[in-house]
Structures are given as structure tokens and as C-alpha cells.
Design a protein around this ligand. Structure first.
Ligand code: SF4
Ligand code: SF4
Length: 343
């Protein structure tokens, strides 16, 4: 992979020049809230800092949108909200989360809405330092080697820039004079030192490798009932998790003599009590313990069995969000120690 060097004085101008390739999006602070959104001004972008609570999945798998409009003659897909975008400031864990979602939405059958969002979006990665609740090192998602067009590592005195695609190459060509091909041995050593220092900054961790077996052995553990008693079924953990991808659809009919309307699609959560409700009033997961087991089986076992890596990318959002302290770390610890946590 091609690696280049850039002096910090060129960074802003280069990023602003990317609007030639699409509308620029990124982590921006608006009205005090950090979120992935359209960038109106460079100085509202938060590089290197805290992560938005709602992950980047919202730009590819939106919270709510119209899938198609229908009438008595058929239906017309609605792709009107999809535009060419350049998403800047994307940390490694979020890039990994998109690679996970690709495996879900881009396999047969392909989800055309997600696929079009992916086709129309360039990813400009940016290095980060771990926050209090980040444990991406444990899930192998702290470094990224694919899934971006360009990736900037901020080493203070200069950036090292990885070129990850032909589109990334075209972006560099547009401002070739900003980049230096001459990456020296000393530059690489600075990068290695930075990585070693960053590795030491992680405070949270867990042993993912043993989790599929532990999950298998813990199906009837009383630990699930302990957590179920606390869980509020609020679904916040699903909303903030970058790899949660469940959705539901509703047909909205217009009040008119003709049969016409639209189909809406919006996020759902397997933590909601009616998620597994079927005709006749039967509910496969009416018990909270069963819903928790499903969620954690997906994160820590089933996905790994299928794809060889965890569905959890270690972003720590469930740690920061759950109002009753149920998250990957507390659940993994309780299952590993086979102990109901002290009240
Ligand atoms: S685990 Fe926490 S965040 Fe998730 S549904 Fe239960 S209470 Fe809400
Ligand atoms: S399970 Fe928690 S830490 Fe893992 S990806 Fe989801 S929100 Fe992030």
C-alpha cells in the first residue's frame, strides 16, 4: 500500500479540496452535540477526540427513510436521499464496523439502499487515541488495513497518509504538491513509537477469544436472569452499537380513493419486547433474559462462528450508554467468572 507524508499546514486545505468528490461529512459538534453530519465549516469537525454516540452506521443504514412509493400499478424505489459524499475523520473502529455491515448487507441478497450509500461514499480515515471505555485492541479493530480511500495518522509534526483505493489515489493527484513520497526510516520509527505509546493507553480490555466457548457453556447460567432483572428493554444499546443492524418496515397508506402510499424502514432492536412477536400473539423472546442472550450471542459468538471475528468492534458505546451497566465488559466478566456480580 502506498504511504505518503503530509505537513500539517496543508491538511485543512486538502480536506476542503475534497468537496470536488462529494459533499463532506464528518464528526461535527452542532448545538453542543457531537454527531456524524454534513460539514458546514472545517473548524466544527472534531478530529482525534471523543466519538459521536450515534455511530457512522446512520449514514449508511439511516434511522428512518422511505424505501419506495407504491400505487395500484407497482412501486418505485426511493433513492432520493443518496448523494456523493466524502466522510472525513473516521476512526479505525468505525471503518471496521462498516466492513462488518458490508458482510451483512452486501451478501446475498444485497440491500440496494445500503449498497448505493456505500458506492457513493468515500472514507477518509483518521487516527485516534483510546478513550476511557474503548477496548478495540481486544477486538482487533484498533488498526485498519482496508476499507478506506485515504487514512491519516496524526504524528504531531507530520501526517503519514495511507492510500487505500484508486479514488484515494485520484484525491492525492489533485493536490500532489501537498504530499511527500519520501517517507524515511525515521518517519516509520516515529509511527512505531506512536503505536506503542497508544497501545499503553488502553484501560479497558477483555479476552474475546474465549467468549464463543463461554457463551456456549453459559446458556442456562443464572447470570442472564441477574442482568434481565436490571435491564429496562430500552434498546439504547442497539441504537448506539455500530454493528446492530435490525430494522422493521411499515406501509403508510395515503388517505385517498386510490391505493397508494409508501414503505418506511426504521431501526428496530431485539431488546424490544415486541421484536419477536408473531401472529397469534406468540412471542419467541418474551422474557428479557432471552433477549439479552440473543444480543450477546450475536456480538460474542454467532458472528464469530460465521465470519471468524467478533461483531463487537470495541467502541465502548454500550459501556457509556446503558443506564444499568449492562455491556460487553460487564457481561463478559460475569460469564467468565461465572459469578453473579455483587449488588
Ligand atoms: S442492556 Fe441496558 S441499554 Fe440495553 S436494553 Fe437493557 S437497559 Fe437498555
Ligand atoms: S457491543 Fe458495545 S462495544 Fe461492542 S461494538 Fe457494540 S456498542 Fe461498541
Amino acid at each position: 500500500m502506498r504511504i505518503l507524508k503530509m505537513q500539517p499546514k496543508f491538511f485543512q486545505e486538502f480536506i476542503e479540496s475534497l468537496n470536488k468528490f462529494g459533499t463532506i461529512y464528518g464528526p461535527v459538534k452542532k448545538d453542543g452535540v457531537l454527531k456524524y453530519d454534513r460539514v458546514e465549516a472545517f473548524d466544527e469537525v472534531v478530529f482525534d477526540g471523543e466519538r459521536p454516540m450515534i455511530p457512522i452506521k446512520k449514514l449508511f443504514h439511516p434511522k428512518k427513510f422511505d424505501m419506495f412509493h407504491f400505487d395500484k400499478d407497482g412501486f418505485t424505489p426511493d433513492y432520493s436521499s443518496i448523494e456523493k459524499r466524502v466522510i472525513i475523520g473516521v476512526p479505525p473502529c468505525e471503518i471496521h464496523s462498516l466492513l462488518r455491515l458490508d458482510e451483512i448487507f452486501m451478501e446475498r441478497p444485497v440491500d440496494p439502499y445500503y449498497a448505493k450509500q456505500r458506492e457513493n461514499s468515500a472514507i477518509i480515515g483518521y487516527s485516534c487515541l483510546p478513550g476511557e471505555s474503548c477496548f478495540c485492541k481486544s477486538t482487533g479493530t484498533d488498526i485498519v488495513e482496508e476499507g478506506f480511500d485515504l487514512f491519516f495518522v496524526n504524528l504531531g509534526k507530520f501526517y503519514l497518509v495511507w492510500v487505500g483505493s484508486s479514488l484515494g489515489h485520484d484525491m492525492v493527484l489533485e493536490r500532489e504538491d501537498y504530499f511527500d513520497e519520501n517517507v524515511t526510516h525515521n518517519d516509520i520509527e516515529e509511527y512505531i513509537d506512536w503505536r506503542q505509546a497508544r497501545d499503553k493507553m488502553f484501560k479497558a480490555s477483555f479476552d474475546f477469544k474465549s467468549m464463543p466457548d463461554i457463551m456456549e457453556l453459559s446458556y442456562n447460567s443464572p447470570i442472564w436472569d441477574y442482568f434481565a432483572d436490571k435491564c429496562l428493554s430500552c434498546g439504547q444499546c442497539s441504537m448506539v452499537c455500530p454493528t446492530c443492524n435490525c430494522y422493521t418496515v411499515t406501509d403508510v397508506l395515503e388517505v385517498s380513493p386510490d391505493t397508494k402510499g409508501r414503505r418506511e424502514r426504521y431501526w428496530d432492536s431485539c431488546m424490544f419486547v415486541d421484536y419477536s412477536l408473531v401472529a397469534g400473539g406468540h412471542n419467541f423472546r418474551g422474557a428479557r433474559a432471552d433477549r439479552l442472550k440473543l444480543w450477546y450471542t450475536h456480538k460474542l459468538k454467532a458472528y464469530a462462528n460465521e465470519y471468524g471475528k467478533p461483531a463487537c468492534i470495541g467502541c465502548g458505546r454500550c459501556v457509556r450508554t446503558c443506564p444499568v451497566d449492562i455491556n460487553v465488559l460487564t457481561v463478559a466478566q460475569a460469564l467468565t467468572e461465572m459469578e453473579v456480580p455483587a449488588q
